[in-house]
Design a protein around this ligand. Structure first.
Ligand SMILES: Cc1cc2nc3c(=O)[nH]c(=O)nc-3n(C[C@H](O)[C@H](O)[C@H](O)COP(=O)(O)O)c2cc1C
Length: 309
């Protein structure tokens, strides 16, 4: 569950929905993760503390933090407010990063539980000049192994960006990732909050229409991202107008009209570079199953390439 631009009550509502669906025994942790955009948290300290305290009180299993200059401060806050701190059920801290420096900071300064490496292919926001995931994972794997060689438990390294097939997942596991993160593929499930028109646009898109841009943040006025961050989505009329230098007020009013009428040619449609490999709408469960089976089949196929003496 990602918590973005909504008010405080939205988080409580979402936590209540999750608790009602999962129905964990009274007093036990809620087996979900909640994601926060740190630069948004940093806009209003009091609200940020209330939000994180709510997530801690709900005993969520994991908190995912990304895109902020002072992530360490919020990790400290979470650890202080976690009712299960120091116990097995303590909240697991995930941090999404894109550079070696960020990874070393997450490892050494914040001692996070899970490092998520986000490659340039990733849908949604990310570092505009981040490396492709196929380079980033072996690079970070080596850095983490060296920096944490004296530790018994090195944090898992997850790979994010452009994944649509189990064979891609198998390749990242072979490169040293402990697992993967999938974003765009799940937009093509009935569970996602995207509209039918947005899903239709994703189904029609090929991978060349996935572009990194500030067009959508300009058009919907969600500015304030850390330096170097932009968003990867489908090139549509909003992006074309922005690239052509359309005056910002007109861009914003066309965008607002597009949202009102549900026109995906104007709306934000976040999409990673793997979008061209996605052509079916399936439940989140079936997507997960399919990716898992494809990944296993790939690993088995590849293992037959090895000649045993
Ligand atoms: C619709 C959408 C929303 C996203 N929201 C967030 C977010 O709130 N916080 C975050 O750290 N990453 C966010 N991401 C990026 C994902 O964490 C992940 O890096 C990305 O989805 C992986 O690439 P893929 O979309 O190509 O699978 C989002 C991605 C998408 C597609």
């Amino acid at each position: 569950m990602a918590f973005g631009y909504g008010p405080l009550d939205d988080l409580q509502n979402e936590l209540d929905v999750a608790r009602n669906i999962i129905n964990p025994p009274e007093g036990t942790p809620l087996p979900i993760g909640v994601g926060f955009l740190v630069w948004l948290l940093e806009k209003n300290t009091l609200q940020a503390e209330n939000l994180l305290a709510k997530a801690c009180d709900a005993q969520v299993q994991a908190i995912w933090l990304s895109f902020g200059d002072n992530i360490g401060h919020w990790i400290e806050f979470i650890r202080l407010h976690d009712p299960n701190a120091g116990k097995k059920a303590a909240i697991k801290i995930f941090v999404q990063i894109s550079t070696i420096d960020q990874a070393l900071c997450a490892l050494n300064n914040w001692q996070v539980d899970v490092i998520v490496a986000q490659g340039n292919e990733a849908g949604g926001h990310g570092l505009s000049d981040s490396l492709p995931i196929l380079t980033l994972i072996p690079l970070l794997k080596g850095v983490i192994e060296t920096a944490a060689s004296d530790r018994q438990n090195q944090p898992p390294l997850l790979a994010a960006g452009g994944l649509a097939r189990g064979s891609q997942i198998a390749s990242l596991l072979a490169l040293g990732a402990s697992g993967v993160v999938i974003g765009t593929r799940f937009l093509l499930s009935p569970e996602s909050l995207y509209t039918d028109s947005q899903r239709e646009a994703l189904l029609k898109a090929d991978s060349s229409s996935s572009v990194r841009t500030m067009a959508f943040d300009q058009a919907r006025n969600t500015l304030g991202w850390p330096e170097g961050v932009d968003g990867r989505g489908l090139r549509n009329d909003t992006v074309v107008d922005y690239e052509n230098g359309l005056e910002i007020d007109t861009l914003r009013s066309r965008f607002a009209e597009g949202v009102k009428s549900g026109n995906s040619a104007r709306m934000v449609v976040w999409a990673g570079s793997g979008v061209g490999l996605m052509n079916t709408i399936k439940s989140a469960k079936d997507i997960t199953k399919e990716l898992h089976e494809e990944c296993l089949a790939t690993l088995q196929r590849v293992s037959t390439l090895v000649q045993y003496k």
